[in-house]
Design a protein around this ligand. Structure first.
Ligand code: ZN
Length: 243
């Protein structure tokens, strides 16, 4: 039930990402095909299923539907389900759901337009800071230190790489820090950079990416943060056993 609910939430995040990028209202106009403008019926909007049944094509004009739609739905569905499996019904689920939602939206806007939107990150950051006054295993100062760690590290990288890291990434890492605290934020960044370098290197070798092209970093931030937040301790133990 949680998985299915989260799929619908993911479907809403798709719409939210697209309309915030276009600075449109997210309640009006009603959902329509971006190609033929035909208004979509409720059965065209069932997460995952509609895409599968329609075999990735618009029912009305046959133009292809972006695979980002089912991908965004599945990402939201799976990650919120895993968060629930991991945390159960406890207060920490609230910052977890906000973090995952912001990260899903960051992945969607970064993949579409190489942007991470302040209009999503900043209000969520303020909300999480307020929540950290009352929710969390550690004190508020621990999580504030996490936020400063994320912000500081990314600012440093951005200065050293001369703008290789965007302002959106910096603010996003401040938010991640407020949820994860300092050490897991560092782990998240190490994992994200490692995966980014690995995938980026392979893509450049295969000729799929140009060396100078900016690579959307949000998907790596998503995976790095998810692993650090929910499996951070396991990763540390595994890492220490290597030595
Ligand atoms: Zn169409």
């Amino acid at each position: 039930m949680i998985f299915v609910t989260a799929l619908f939430l993911g479907s809403f995040y798709n719409v939210l990402a697209i309309r915030l990028l276009k600075k449109q209202s997210f309640v009006y106009p009603p959902s329509h095909c971006p190609q033929c403008q035909h208004r979509l019926a409720p059965w065209d909007l069932v997460p995952l299923l509609s895409y599968l049944v329609l075999r990735g094509k618009c029912r009305y004009c046959q133009s292809p539907i972006s695979p980002l739609y089912p991908a965004g739905e599945l990402l939201t569905g799976l990650s919120l389900y895993l968060a629930y499996r991991h945390l159960g019904l406890q207060l920490e689920l609230l910052p977890a759901v906000i973090l995952i939602s912001v990260l899903v939206l960051a992945v969607l806007t970064d993949l579409r337009k190489k942007l991470i939107l302040d209009v999503i990150t900043l209000p969520a950051l303020v909300l999480l800071l307020v929540l950290r006054l009352v929710i969390g295993e550690y004190s508020f100062w621990f999580y504030l230190a996490g936020g400063l760690t994320g912000f500081g590290l990314l600012l440093l990288i951005s200065i050293v790489s001369r703008g290789g890291m965007g302002g959106g990434d910096i603010k996003l890492y401040a938010l991640i820090g407020v949820v994860l605290g300092p050490s897991l934020t560092l782990l998240s960044l190490v994992l994200a950079s490692f995966m980014g370098a690995l995938v980026g290197g392979v893509m450049i070798l295969l000729g799929r990416w140009q060396r100078k092209e900016t690579i959307p970093f949000a998907p790596f931030i998503f995976v790095g943060t998810f692993v650090a937040y929910f499996y951070g301790e396991t990763v540390w133990v595994w890492y220490l056993q290597l030595w």
